[in-house]
Write a protein that binds this ligand. Sequence first.
Ligand code: NAD
Length: 436
Amino acid sequence: MAVNARRRGAQRHRVVQAEAGAGGRNLFDMAVEQFHAAADRMGLDDNLRRILGVCQHQYTVNFPVQMDDGSIQVFEGHRVQHNVARGPAKGGIRFHQDVTLDEVKALAMWMTWKCAVVGIPFGGAKGGVTVDPRGLSRGELENLTRRFTAEISPLIGPYKDIPAPDVNTNPQVMAWIMDTYSMREGHSVLGVVTGKPLTVGGSEGRGEATGRGVVYAAIAAAKARGLDLTGAQVVVQGFGNVGSVAAKLSRKAGATVVGISDVTGGYYNPRGLDMAAVLDYARANGSLGGYPDADRVTNAELLTLPCDILIPAALEGQLTGANAGQVQARLIVEGANGPTTPEADAIFAERGIFVVPDILANAGGVTVSYFEWVQALQAFSWTEREINARLRNIMDQAFAATYRTAEEHGVSMRTGALICAIGRVADAVTVRGIYP
Ligand code: NAD
């Protein structure tokens, strides 16, 4: 009884956390609300709304892992496929203590739109395990990854559903997923997962692709809004795979990075942070904690610092009705998935703050994942220069199409991107027809 009560308490805590993370909103409700706002604008047929407003497959697993102390812990994980009309499902796997089924469903739906907005032939999926991986040893992390892979293996496969990295998962985790799946198949299946290390079929440029795409989107947005990127002040929330690369490449593009943050808090230097020193420090120490050449601010304060461009690249639900009024940036380029609630979106629209939405701004990762998958299926590899040039081309085209659509319909870039994406998915569903 006591154990069950504790477990129920923990589950309630997770739901509260997930909702608090989305500014007090259920994340899937937020994704569905965004979908209907765009569907209204484009006059989407009711039948298509019914199909696209839900997730096609959602799979929850509870699985045991042997811990180093000999005990067995049971973890909950999910794999969700929102829609596969345009091709195999594609989407990352995250390990985080606040993962819930509704969060994974929202992220899967956004993946469908993201793949469609950049025109790559995938549907949307997402996966997650409710765990704080910082509390695991390397061996426990490997056991958890392998067992979760085995549990979701009926769903995944190079022509069915291809996972990738997300929060707290990395190329090593992808290599374990590939190996586990391959052991079950009896041969190496390089195309089952992307974001792998180069030695086992990873792609040049994949590690930096999401952050690089964010910076390409920022460059396009700055140009569209008449903002000179040289000397523009940039603030980045989150200093992981996406945020650290976005900060590094923003500096390389001529901007001044004045604020950064990670789970240890925010670091502000109005004269500009020395990005090479910051990156060295984070590499050596595992986080930004204690970085000396900056003023300390909280993560909440970081979002409202004076700057031209704000790049949220941590978690969802960071920009809400409560803080959107104090944001000082002129451009927001969403590195994270779902960092802005619909309430904050409305405030930004009213205040003339230009938001490049997640499904466009952070699509660089899935785009190069697509390149990695193509290279795996062909057993052929491209150079980093080729990868980056192809990525730039796709990001620029997607930005231009979204901008055009937003102007034509008189809507935000988010709704413009959704109109482009939903239109493509709706066309695929329509032309395929309903089986049987
Ligand atoms: P990551 O685990 O590499 O990094 C996350 C970063 O956020 C870390 O620096 C962490 O310390 C920081 N962080 C965590 N909680 C925070 C908080 N409350 N305030 C400030 N910082 C906090 O994850 P990532 O892969 O960089 O993903 C970041 C976001 O980008 C997520 O929303 C993810 O879904 C999205 N995304 C990632 C990819 C990818 O290719 N990795 C692709 C598209 C979108």
